[in-house]
Design a protein around this ligand. Structure first.
Ligand code: NAP
Length: 314
């Protein structure tokens, strides 16, 4: 069990992109006293004003240079497509020795941008595998990362300062309640293409197809939407910009798993066409067993609606 008092304290954390993940990180750090001051940087003054009013951040900045100037911890929580530009700005703006982490859902492209930073800065790519379909500072909550995995994909740097930065990043994530795993960026991107990116693509596609049907079904799709369809609509309600960037940034891995998925779908299509009940039953039994394993591993709840009826208390 982690002793909270022994956690590393940061003097000043600068969170770039105060949306769902950025504000959850701010709240989680605040609740565990991991930073003395938290500055929020966002391009939208309105988002910053709301975040300050909610008590998520202590100070607002629309200028990344000003926000990062005095920070010993910088957290990139913008959509993945903005991270290369943010890194470029940080290469001059961030102070010597700063620990920089990101929270992006794709790691290869972000790690490449991080590797271009000067050695005086220590960038440790990170992906908390935790989130919801909501966006913006109002959606954040302090317990989002508790008991959820956070995957670190460190750069290929072997110097002592960088090793110590990896340790600090790990302490920060365990400090906000996450379980940490280290792997290389390529492996991460393939694994997450299977567990997160493909399911979102299927949900977006299914809901899009149902919307087309809706134009001829006159309200039935919404009126009679069954549990299965409603679960897909929850996933498909996720932020369009975030997901656009995920698919543009993880093209190869997504196309690879999409190819396998299409083959499996053709097998199911064939089983239905030829009345192969055994093949269908076997495939569905695999699904039930996998769901059981995820619940047993503590990564999901058996409660109806996945226990997600309400936003948890901060
Ligand atoms: P979000 O709620 O939409 O927040 C993103 C924030 O970044 C918004 O306030 C956005 O401002 C701001 N932003 C965009 N470009 C910016 C820039 N160039 N400079 C400063 N701020 C900028 O999204 P989120 O769900 O927190 O996602 C943030 C990151 O977390 C993404 O990289 C995503 O891949 C990753 N992630 C998300 C989840 C999830 O379930 N949502 C889970 C794990 C990781 P505007 O509102 O003005 O666009």
């Amino acid at each position: 069990m982690t002793d909270r008092k022994s956690q590393q304290k940061f003097e000043c954390a600068c969170i770039i992109g105060v949306g769902l993940i950025g504000s959850s990180m701010a709240l989680a750090m605040r609740h565990r006293s991991l930073a003395r001051k938290i500055i929020g940087v966002d391009r939208d003054e309105n988002v910053l004003a709301r975040a300050e009013k909610l008590g998520v951040i202590d100070q607002s900045e629309t200028s990344l240079e000003k926000g990062a100037a005095g920070a010993d911890l910088i957290i990139l929580s913008t959509p993945v497509g903005a991270m290369a530009d943010v890194c470029e700005m940080l290469s001059d703006a961030a102070p010597d020795g700063a620990l920089i982490i990101d929270v992006g859902s794709v790691k290869g492209v972000v790690a490449k941008a991080g590797a271009a930073l000067p050695e005086r800065l220590h960038f440790v790519p990170s992906h908390p595998v935790a989130g919801t379909e909501q966006s913006g500072p109002e959606a954040g909550f302090a317990t989002l990362f508790e008991n959820r995995w956070c995957i670190l994909t460190p750069l290929a740097r072997k110097d002592e300062a960088y090793k110590s930065a990896i340790n600090k990043a790990e302490e920060l994530w365990t400090g906000v309640g996450a379980l940490v795993e280290v792997m290389d960026a390529e492996h991460h991107d393939l694994a997450l293409a299977v567990t997160s990116h493909l399911p979102h693509l299927i949900a977006f596609t299914l809901v899009g197809a149902a919307d087309d049907v809706e134009s001829v079904a006159h309200g039935e799709v919404i009126k009679y939407s069954a549990g299965g369809f409603r679960d897909f609509t929850r996933i498909a309600a996720s932020d369009p910009i975030m997901w656009r960037d995920v698919f543009l940034s993880n093209k190869e891995a997504v196309l690879e798993v999409l190819g396998r998925f299409s083959e499996e779908l053709a097998v199911m299509q064939r089983a239905i066409r030829w009345g192969d009940g055994k093949a269908l039953e076997d495939a569905f039994a695999r699904g039930r067993a996998l769901r059981r394993a995820i619940v047993d591993a503590g990564q999901e709840t058996e409660k109806p609606n996945f226990g997600r009826d309400k936003k948890p208390e901060n």
